[in-house]
Design a protein around this ligand. Structure first.
Ligand code: PLP
Length: 549
């Protein structure tokens, strides 16, 4: 008699896609996926979330243990689906939460295929032509941004944070040759604006140069770096014997879409090299994980405006693109397809202007005896990751093919158009004020004030005058309460889900300025919803006023 495990094995084999085509089983495989999707579909309603609001039950989760026995797939599916209960639908017209994309069908298929056949991008030994897909997505993106696609290079990695890690690590190696081998033994600085993402600090911490090595430079009210202050900090660092591991230009900040003057930063870097006769060229990394996509407008004719955006939108698109067009000046660029290109997490690409720069982080072949026995393309020799999924590049490629420049222009242009509509509506209302008024992106930060507050003067006073500190903090709390009202309603299917930031920037005297935040990315956003955000915010204010009375 066959041992028991043989019988179990026969059953378990049915739980895998069949390696040799078996039409009956193939139908079962596809049907199982459909079944899961159908169950999710049943959770959809008018509300911008799946099912009803549900809080995670961590206590129950911590009590879970692996059972002895098995469960059939039919029982596993509903359990997996149940975790989507209460999940936001990012693409819902009532959803304006954050810079979270709503993945296109093409990009979902881009994830599904490698999920089934599981290539490993470590080397083309194990990824075959999927390595080519990555090279293709890299070349298309590099050329679109203005890099010389022949000379530049790139790899997909584990997030925008990963792209920063590559940028700063390569810069560190240029500033301190061979620290890959010997470690960091000299003091270095990383220069970035005070609106740069906290990931810059994460990266400094993990690279062992310390968070304190990150100097955060003051920004203009439009949230771009003050070049004069950057120059002072850089000179001071060099004069005190420190080396510059990297200058990070933020090309689209997370909360306020501030875009640094990259051209000015690169010019400053070149001047420093001359002035101090530096024996290295401080590396300039562009953290463009958000702003990169605006490069689709590099060859848009704003005068003809053939897509027919309204005047305000054209102005904003042109203003953002005017700064983003300088991306090819950066030594490396971080790109998140999962921020502004409608692709699922994780799909992040780090580009280097000069592909040879990857040599700074390459390992010696003899340290990896079991890899790279055949094939010709081995990104695993310099990537931080060993195994690397092809889902990121395939999803990115899917959308680059599907949308082309025109599709991306349409989506981003629509997002900015909706934000402009919203700002226009806010401007016509006396008790609400836009905080990032110079903003040219899809995000609007705004604050609501109690009746009788002069909103024409208040935001400048709160920002600059320490006498207004208490008022600033009280209004922070006021806006938090309004946010909670709006949120509670939206989750029940009335109004729109927005978000809130506790500190979109600090006041000149160091207090946090909080803001309500509308981040429009959904292709399904429409004008009536923009009006509805404002009406719900105003209704929430009445509710808060009543509670106060
Ligand atoms: C989101 C973001 C990051 C971090 O990227 P992840 O993909 O979330 O790791 C870095 N910089 C900026 C400006 C960002 O908005």
């Amino acid at each position: 008699m066959a041992p028991r495990y043989r019988k179990l094995l026969d059953e378990i084999r049915r739980e895998f896609p069949q390696p040799v085509s078996d039409p009956v089983h193939d139908a079962y495989a596809v049907f199982s996926i459909l079944r899961a999707l159908n169950q999710v579909d049943e959770l959809k309603s008018r509300a911008p979330i799946l099912g009803s609001p549900a809080e995670p039950d961590y206590d129950a989760a911590r009590l879970a243990r692996v059972a002895d026995g098995q469960q059939p797939l039919e029982q596993v599916i509903p359990q997996l689906v149940s975790y989507l209960e209460g999940m936001f639908i990012w693409g819902h017209p009532r959803s304006q939460i954050n810079v979270v994309p709503y993945p296109s069908l093409a990009s979902i298929i881009g994830v599904l295929l490698p999920a089934i056949y599981n290539p490993n991008l470590c080397s083309d030994e194990s990824s075959r032509r999927l390595a080519e897909a990555e090279v293709r997505a890299v070349a298309m993106t590099a050329a679109m941004l203005g890099y010389d696609a022949e000379k530049s290079g790139g790899v997909f990695t584990f997030g925008g944070t990963g792209t920063l890690l590559y940028g700063v690590k390569i810069g560190l190696e240029k500033a301190l040759p061979d620290c890959l081998q010997h470690g960091v033994r000299e003091p270095v600085v990383v220069l970035a604006s005070d609106q740069s993402h906290y990931a810059v600090k994460t990266v400094a911490a993990w690279l062992g140069i310390g968070q304190e090595s990150v100097q955060r430079i003051a920004t203009h009210p439009d949230n771009s770096i003050k070049l004069g202050e950057l120059a002072v900090a850089a000179r001071k660092a060099i004069e005190s014997g420190k080396r510059i591991a990297a200058i990070v230009a933020t090309m689209g900040s997370t909360d306020a879409f501030g875009i640094d003057d990259l051209e000015g930063i690169v010019q400053l870097r070149d001047e420093l090299v001359e002035e101090f006769k530096l024996d290295y060229r401080p590396h300039v990394h562009a953290d463009a994980v958000i702003g990169w996509a605006w490069s689709v407008f590099n060859d848009y004719n704003y005068e003809q405006n053939e897509l027919g955006f309204r005047g305000r939108t054209v102005r904003s698109l042109a203003a953002a693109q005017y700064r983003v067009q300088h991306l090819p000046l950066a030594d490396s660029i971080g790109i998140d397809f999962h921020k502004t290109a409608y692709v699922p997490y994780i799909s992040s690409l780090v580009l280097v202007k000069n592909a040879h720069d990857f040599k700074y982080v390459a390992r010696a072949r003899d340290s990896m005896p079991y890899l790279y026995q055949s094939g010709e393309y081995h990104p695993g020799m310099f990537t931080l990751e060993t195994s690397r999924s092809a889902t990121g590049p395939m999803a990115a490629l899917a959308n680059l093919l599907l949308l082309g420049k025109e599709g991306l222009r349409t989506l981003l242009g629509h997002a900015v158009e909706m934000a402009e509509v919203f700002r226009e509506k806010i401007e016509s209302h006396p008790d609400v004020t836009v905080l990032n008024g110079d903003n040219v992106g899809p995000v609007t930060l705004f604050r609501v004030y109690p009746h009788g507050v002069n909103t024409f003067t208040i935001k400048d006073r709160e920002r600059s005058d320490p006498k207004f500190r208490d008022q600033l903090l009280a209004h922070n709390a006021y806006n938090r309460r309004i946010f909670e009202h709006v949120q509670a309603e939206a989750i029940e299917g009335r109004g729109v889900v927005i978000s809130m930031t506790d500190c979109y920037r600090q006041s000149d005297y160091g207090a946090p300025i909080s803001a309500l935040k509308s981040y429009v990315l959904s292709p399904f956003a429409d004008e009536s919803r923009m009006q509805s955000v404002l009406s719900h915010v105003l209704a929430a204010r009445e509710a808060v006023e009543k509670e106060n009375a």
